[in-house]
Each structure stands twice: as C-alpha cells, then as structure tokens.
Design a protein around this ligand. Structure first.
Ligand SMILES: [Fe+2]
Length: 355
C-alpha cells in the first residue's frame, strides 16, 4: 500500500567546501562597491554575526555550523532508510543550470533513466564548486550511479496533467550533464558519511529564481546592477497546490514515496533589506513558526513579492512539501532551525510522520 514520508533539508553549497572557505558568499558580498562602508563594517553588525565572523572570517564557526548540519542530515537519512522508499522525489530549484534561455518551465518532472552523476567533474555547470577543493577530498571521478524510476515519473506527470497541472517532463538533460546542485547536493549531504545512495530518485525542478533566473543567472549580482527582469516563477500557493496534487496521486499509487523539499530558507545574497549581508531571519522565523504549528494559511498567503523581499525565493521548494503534508494531514515529527548570519542562509530540517 502507498505510504508517503515528507522530509525537508538544505542543499547549502558551501557545506561542500572546507571550513576556511565556508563564508565565501559573504566575503564576495563585502567586495560589492554598491554596499555602503558602514553596512560592511563588522562594528555595525549584530553581536551574533560578529561572534560568528570572529577574527578568522568564520572558520571556527564554520566547523560548528557543519557539525550541526551534518547531524541533521544523518537524522534525515536514518528516517529515509527506515522508511525504505521505492523512490525519493526531490523538489529543488534549477538556478540557470539545466534550464536556460531556450526554455524556463515552472515545474518539470525529470523522468530520467539510470544515470551517472559526477558532482565534481560537472561542477562547472552549477554548485559554485568549479576548481575548488571539496570537504571529502574527492576527485573528478567520484560519481553515483543514480537509479531512476521513469515508470513512477510518468505516472506522476499523467496524474498531474489530469488534475489540472500542465506539467513539463524530460527524458534527458538539456544543459546540465547530470543534475542541478539542489538535487546533487541533497544526495551528497544525505550521504555525508559516504555509505552510498541506492534509493531510486526523481528530481522535480521548480523555477524558484523567477525574475532573476536568466537576468542574474540564478546567482549573485552587484546590488546596483540594473537587471532586465524575467517573468516571475510560480506562486507559493500554486507550488503548494502542486504538492497537494502530487500527494493525492502518490497516495493512490502502489508505491512508497519519500518527498523531499531541498533548499535553505532566506538567502543573504538575495536580500536587499539587509544589504545582502545576512538572511532575513525574522521572516524565516515567522514561517518556521507556521510550519511548526501546521498553519498552512500563513504559507499560502505568501506572494512572490514577499518571498523576493525576504530573499526566500528557494522556499518555493518547500511549498509543495507543505501542500502535500496538509493534503495528507501529516503531523511534523521533528524539525530544527539552524540560524546563521555569516553562512548565507538559515537551514531548516523536517521529518513528518508517515501517511
Ligand atoms: Fe539553490
């Protein structure tokens, strides 16, 4: 009989880097000539941010941040392995990696066959890791044979189309040679201890970056850069509805499916109200409260503009999970909020009861 397990995690790219490089996004932001000197001066930062930055640009704090995150990944991995899914479905963003000027779909089911993913050899296509050392000391030959489940992917696409979601799908990559970092990093971190990854996996990219997906190539720009904005991505409510429809289809299927939201929450480099120096933690805390209290109305009431103002673009990856859990009436089993000022984004982990 079908059962569904809901999980949420981060795919924070700098966790791939050694500790002394983890604060690299903030260091790059501090070079932005458009940000006033007073805002850049650590004397004017909140005390918690100064403490993280310390006298070593965050290297000691990075070790602590890593330890917290790795412990959460181990807990999520255990929940996943105990559940023994037929397939793992991951919602994640495509940051100008597989989808570029020739097409930007709002949602896509990647109905791939088995494929080899090379996290470091293909790093120039995404993940900020090109030419950099990784925390495991792995070389370009490191790869996973990622198993697909095209039958389940096709079933899901068909069901979504029949329920009013005109879903895109793909049988092979377009620009990225394997998978965008939202998916690859989720696997790299769930397999932090390198025991392997044998769960068949279906990636479902979402256009989280909307107006900045092509104009900013889904990443950092200088704050004064004038961008020729693209159209927006799908709304939070639409992403929740897509997740709810996904849950209905999978609940009526024969498969055990783990559905995974892959992303950190507010991102400093997207948040103009903090001069892009730290994430919008009050906005994240409010949505975390709503997640803890199963207050789905607060999530659904968010607009694209809310998410953009708070640098929460990637929370669109969590919206399908929230929509699916609401649809199933699943309660949260546990969750954690790992806050930071220096390491770009707050990270939330969540495991829901099986439904
Ligand atoms: Fe991302």
């Amino acid at each position: 009989m079908a059962e569904i397990l809901g999980l949420g995690l981060s795919h924070y790219p700098p966790l791939c880097l050694p500790d002394e490089m983890m604060s690299g996004i903030l260091r790059a932001t501090l070079k932005d000539p458009g940000i006033p000197a007073e805002a850049k001066d650590p004397q004017n930062w909140p005390a918690a941010m100064r403490a993280e930055w310390s006298d070593d640009q965050g290297t000691k704090a990075a070790a602590v941040h890593r330890e917290l995150l790795v412990a959460e990944f181990r807990k999520v991995r255990k929940a996943l392995d105990d559940f023994a899914p037929d397939v793992v479905l991951i919602w994640g963003d495509d940051q100008y990696e597989n989808f570029k000027e020739d097409v930007i779909p709002p949602f896509t089911v990647l109905a791939y066959e088995d494929m080899d993913i090379f996290p470091w050899r293909h790093a120039q296509g995404s993940s900020m890791m090109a030419g950099k050392p990784n925390a495991w000391g792995e070389g370009p030959d490191k790869h996973y044979r990622l198993r697909g489940r095209r039958d389940i992917a096709r079933h899901l696409v068909g069901g979504l189309i029949e329920s009013g979601f005109d879903m895109s799908y793909a049988y092979k990559p377009l620009h990225h040679e394997s998978l965008a970092h939202a998916f690859t990093n989720a696997i790299l971190y769930l397999d932090y201890d390198r025991v392997g990854w044998d769960h068949p996996t279906i990636a479902v990219p979402i256009n989280c970056y909307g107006r900045k997906v092509i104009s900013a190539r889904g990443f950092m720009t200088n704050i004064r850069s004038e961008l020729d904005f693209d159209p927006p991505g799908p709304s939070p409510a639409r992403c929740m509805a897509m997740g709810a429809a996904t849950a209905r289809i999978l609940r009526a299927s024969p498969w055990r499916v783990a559905v995974v939201a892959s992303s950190s929450w507010s991102h400093a480099f997207l948040c103009d109200s903090t001069w892009r120096l730290r994430p919008d933690t009050p906005a994240d805390r409010e949505l975390y409260r709503a997640l803890r209290e199963h207050d789905y109305g607060t999530w659904r009431a968010n607009t694209t503009e809310h998410f953009e103002d708070a640098g929460q673009q990637e929370l669109l990856n969590w919206c399908p999970l929230l929509g699916a859990m609401e649809e199933l009436g699943a309660r949260l089993e546990w969750s954690t909020f790992t806050g930071t000022d220096v390491f770009n984004s707050n990270k939330v982990f969540a495991v829901y009861e099986t439904k």
